[in-house]
Design a protein around this ligand. Structure first.
Ligand code: NAP
Length: 309
């Protein structure tokens, strides 16, 4: 396949920290342009908007949309209408229904749409799925806690409708859970802590159950201040306790280290995107996003102290 000429749209934290290095490291791609209002990359064609890039820029084959979800769907539709393949950062949109329109647009335009879930490419996600597939699961506990000021500095959009608050990282845990657990599960209770000056939760406590009544509990918290983040999933089975640590990059069974790997999530995403483009396929799985929508629909809201940056 020819080199994929790629544009990054929205050159913020994740574009800078992960997308750009992963693109540079993969010979299947060339970073041909960046569309971002306030950021540019030396030596790469720069435009303030995607519209300007499509009108005046060098030809690109694909775009990686690294903007907040609230603006991404319009950008995805525009790019696909110009015949560009699209990678969406997570979450795939601000509403569930808009993703269906994107799916249709991709099919109509004959391009690849990839709704990416970077955490699913963590080193131990596939081994965990394999290990669990032959065991009887009894209980699942998810703990996803980080300091919002460290991991989302200045991101005012996260507190606005569509920004999802603590579900912005929490959805990563749900993307892993939906990938490693053998059966679908659904929400039965959600307790949401919402700062008085925000539209989205700063913490959430969730209870799910699967078709065999296995309980799945999740604790998400943005107030993990002064201590390292906790990104862990614990699964009790009839044959031991599996633990995924460090966002899925480390796996233990009954406390004993079984697998550990480097952070190569975005390398995995770009490999998958190139594969999808090569095969003329799309990959749009909304299951993690559906759980968040359910939590926002079913959750009790508890007011807590205002959030200040
Ligand atoms: P960010 O630092 O705020 O970057 C997003 C960029 O998009 C901004 O720098 C901005 O660039 C552009 N943008 C913001 N609002 C816009 C608007 N209304 N219209 C057009 N462009 C706009 O956010 P981020 O952390 O990179 O997150 C972006 C997405 O990646 C989110 O969906 C997030 O869930 C996901 N993600 C983030 C992380 C993380 O650790 N931060 C990890 C994985 C995935 P300009 O001002 O230059 O246009």
């Amino acid at each position: 396949m020819d080199t994929i000429r790629l544009a990054i749209v929205g050159y913020g934290k994740i574009a800078r920290d992960q997308h750009h290095p992963a693109i540079d490291a993969n010979p299947a791609y060339r970073l041909s342009a960046v569309a971002s209002r306030n950021a540019a990359v030396p030596g790469v064609a720069h435009f303030e908007t995607l519209e300007a890039l499509l009108k005046e820029g060098p030809t690109v084959d694909a775009v990686a949309l690294c903007t907040p979800a609230g603006v991404r769907t319009a950008q995805a539709r525009l790019a696909m209408s110009h015949g560009k393949h699209v990678m969406l950062e997570k979450p795939p949109g601000a509403t569930l229904a808009e993703i269906e329109t994107l799916r249709e647009d991709a099919a109509r335009s004959g391009v690849t749409l990839f709704a990416s879930w970077h955490s699913r490419h963590a080193h131990c996600v596939a081994p965990a799925r394999r290990w669990l597939s032959t065991r009887k699961i009894q209980r699942v506990d998810i703990v996803w806690k980080e300091d919002v000021r460290e991991w989302h500095p200045g991101q005012a959009w996260i507190w606005q409708p569509g920004g999802m608050g603590v579900f912005d990282p929490g959805i990563n845990a749900l993307s892993i859970a939906t990938a490693i657990l053998p059966r679908p599960f659904h929400l039965i209770d959600a307790q949401l802590q919402v700062p008085g000056n925000c539209q989205t939760p700063i913490a959430a406590s969730l209870d799910f159950v699967d078709g065999l009544k296995v309980p799945i509990h999740a604790e998400f918290d943005f107030r993990q201040v002064g201590t390292p983040p906790i990104w862990e999933i614990h699964v009790e089975t009839d044959d031991g306790r599996l633990t995924l640590e460090a966002g899925g990059s480390r796996m233990r069974v009954d406390g004993e280290l079984r697998e550990e790997g480097p952070d190569a999530e975005y390398a995995g995403l770009y490999e998958r995107f190139a594969g999808l483009i090569g095969r003329g396929q799309s990959d749009v799985d909304v299951s993690p996003f559906r759980h968040v929508a359910d939590a926002l629909m079913l959750g009790y809201r508890h007011p807590v102290d205002d959030f200040t940056e």
